[in-house]
Design a protein around this ligand. Structure first.
Ligand code: ZN
Length: 439
């Protein structure tokens, strides 16, 4: 992980923070930035806690979703889709109705049946697992979905992307044998570590979330002991420092929570890994073992980036809009010096777009070159093109933050940008690697 050097925070000038301390230079109000950068907004007519995503915000979200889906494919997950509604009975079986109904929307009556907006994806995935017979050879079976769930938050607590009523969750359920649990949970933690490295996000702490007093939790002491022991084993083996916290578990089991903090130090959970013996029991899940008999799988619930809402909120607060290049709404801005350089600038932008990069031309109609450079200060790669650059097809790049690179043949520079974006680098131009194509 490469933390931002002190003082380097291009977003700071944008949101007017004085760079007095590291905290101030790296933390921003995501609601204000979301509106100012045209990423997302809300409208009272749509309703509180129901943000909509504008094109630049949708780009950031797509990039995150594509990153997660590709990482999951590489890690052996298969993706599914399941409906956002389910019958009340489904949540009675899962235990949500008994333990979680305060956060659920009231059921809707449809033709004598009661259906509910789902408060989580787990029950659907459990039913989908159950719909086919499974052999031990298929385990661990990793089922992933980036899907919507709904939480009946009170309007008083809603704001920005952190407290919302409709949530897009990066979710997955791993159905496995007891022997496979530790390895799968550890692999999930490793996926989380890599995602944070790519997003240049640093957790404030890892938390082992245990049940607390009260009737919120499923009563099965032996099950809690077993799953807590497994998660403790995983955390100890990982070498990560963690703290145990009572009263933070899911109603069906303990979890590892990866905590991040906003500018005022308020913590929230971004990623989780949970062990669940409860829902496999409730849904009567099984697999056929090597002995030909039925066995109960364990269910691991895990989320790498959490909800896209919270992930983008935290990215904004951490980077102030100066996202790692692979997440930036515009990755390359081409700045023609004068009107005569516009055709070459447009051709250059088209070459970027053909490579899958997000590029745009900021021409003289938008003001002086200095004004345009200032306007594009959050764009990771900025290329000023004049007569000389057009004549020999060279690119003089300026990186976000002000660093200038020596002019070099455009194809090689674009190769490098494409490779850095494609590898989800959190650094704009690492010095160690070669300056041209071929990585
Ligand atoms: Zn789940």
């Amino acid at each position: 992980m490469s933390p931002k050097p002190r003082g380097e925070c291009p977003g700071a000038s944008f949101c007017g923070h004085s760079p007095a301390s590291r905290e101030e230079t790296t933390m921003h109000d995501h609601r204000r930035l979301g509106r100012e950068l045209n990423l997302f907004d809300t409208d009272p007519l749509i309703g509180a806690g129901l943000p909509y995503w504008l094109p630049d915000g949708a780009v950031v979200r797509h990039a995150l979703e594509e990153y997660v889906r590709a990482a999951e494919r590489r890690a052996g997950y298969r993706h599914v889709y399941s409906p956002v509604l389910g019958k009340r009975e489904l949540y009675e079986i899962s235990g949500h109705w008994a333990h979680y109904s305060d956060d659920m929307y009231p059921p809707m009556d449809i033709g004598g049946e009661q259906v509910v907006l789902r408060p989580s994806l787990c029950p659907h995935h459990a039913v989908m697992y159950r719909s086919r017979a499974h052999s031990y050879r298929e385990l661990p079976l990793r089922m992933a979905e980036l899907g919507a769930m709904y939480r009946s938050e009170l309007s008083g607590v809603l704001g920005g992307l952190t407290r919302v009523r409709a949530i897009q969750l990066n979710d997955a359920h791993i159905f496995c044998t007891l022997d496979q649990v530790a390895e799968e949970a550890a692999a999930s933690l490793e996926m989380i570590r890599r995602a944070y490295e790519a997003m240049d996000v640093v957790p404030v702490r890892y938390r082992l979330s245990l049940p607390g007093p009260g009737g919120k939790y499923v009563a099965a002491p032996e099950m809690w002991e077993r799953s807590t022991a497994l998660l403790t084993e995983v955390l100890d083996a990982s070498g990560l420092a963690y703290e145990a916290a009572e009263g933070e578990a899911a109603f069906y089991g303990p979890k590892i929570d990866v905590q991040v903090a906003d500018g005022s130090g308020r913590e929230s959970t971004l990623s989780t890994v949970q062990i669940d013996f409860h829902q496999p029991e409730r849904f009567d899940l099984h697999y056929i073992g090597p002995d030909g008999a039925k066995h109960r799988p364990v269910m691991i619930h895990r989320s790498v980036i959490g909800s896209v809402e919270r992930a983008v909120a935290h990215l904004l607060e951490r980077h102030g809009g100066a996202f790692p290049a692979w997440l930036a709404p515009v990755q390359v801005v081409i700045l023609p010096v004068s009107e005569g350089d516009v055709p070459h600038a447009e051709a250059l932008a088209a070459r970027c777009v053909a490579r899958g990069l997000r590029a745009e031309v900021s021409g003289p109609e938008r003001g002086t070159l200095g004004a345009r450079v200032r306007e594009a200060r959050l764009v990771p790669y900025q290329a000023v093109v004049g007569v000389r650059e057009a004549a020999d097809d060279r690119l003089a790049l300026r990186l976000r933050g002000g660093r200038r690179l020596a002019a070099a043949p455009a194809e090689g520079m674009l190769d490098r940008i494409e490779a850095l974006v494609g590898s989800h680098s959190s650094e704009l131009w690492p010095d160690a690697s070669p300056a041209v194509s071929g990585e």
